[in-house]
Design a binder for this molecule. Structure first.
Ligand code: ZN
Length: 177
């Protein structure tokens, strides 16, 4: 990405992906300010509509420290059970940081992570039943439902990464560039 490229903008003091701007507003509209790739942020800008994290910008030193802390804030879910095929890092949200999950495949890893989140009482991660009941079906389909109770995560930023280096926990020193 070049320094003057951008995927996100500021409009009305809110952050939007270009695609998420309200109808009739475009990146060329007068009140819209691009978030350029070479700008520096304390926190990655997050779209107010779809909650996408725009990590194409630069982070200030404070921001890099924060990101690193998030990565180091890892919860081990089932580490004692060594008979699983793989180790995964499951990222559900900034609330949880990275969850370390032993599982045989990605879907299992996600199920364990969500059951764990429910157990921990991290209700902020999920849509409530009421929210789900009031949502049109096609909108619900955009979200991931998983775990024993099929809870819907209210985020689009779920990532599952196979790690398989079982000692990696101590080595999270790299800041993504
Ligand atoms: Zn968006």
């Amino acid at each position: 990405m070049k320094s003057y490229d951008f995927d996100a903008v500021v409009y009305n003091s809110e952050i939007y992906c270009i695609e998420c701007l309200p109808e009739g507003v475009t990146e060329d509209s007068e009140e819209v300010m691009p978030i350029f790739a070479d700008s520096e942020w304390d926190l990655y800008p997050v779209c107010t509509v779809c909650h996408e994290i725009h990590d194409y910008v630069n982070l200030t030193i404070e921001g890099q420290k924060y990101e690193l802390e998030q990565k180091q804030k890892q919860y081990s879910i089932n580490e004692k059970e060594k008979f699983w095929k793989h180790l995964y890092h499951v990222y559900l949200s900034e609330i949880t940081g990275y969850l370390k999950v032993n599982a045989d495949h990605e879907q299992d890893a996600l199920d364990y992570a969500i059951d764990y989140a429910e157990e921990m009482g991290w209700e902020g991660l999920f849509f409530s039943n009421e929210e789900i009941n009031n949502m049109p079906d096609e909108e619900i389909d955009e979200y991931i439902c998983s775990g024993n109770h099929c809870r819907y995560l209210n985020s689009h930023n779920v990532t599952i990464e196979q790690v398989d280096n079982r000692d990696i926990g101590e080595h999270f020193g790299n800041i993504k560039d």
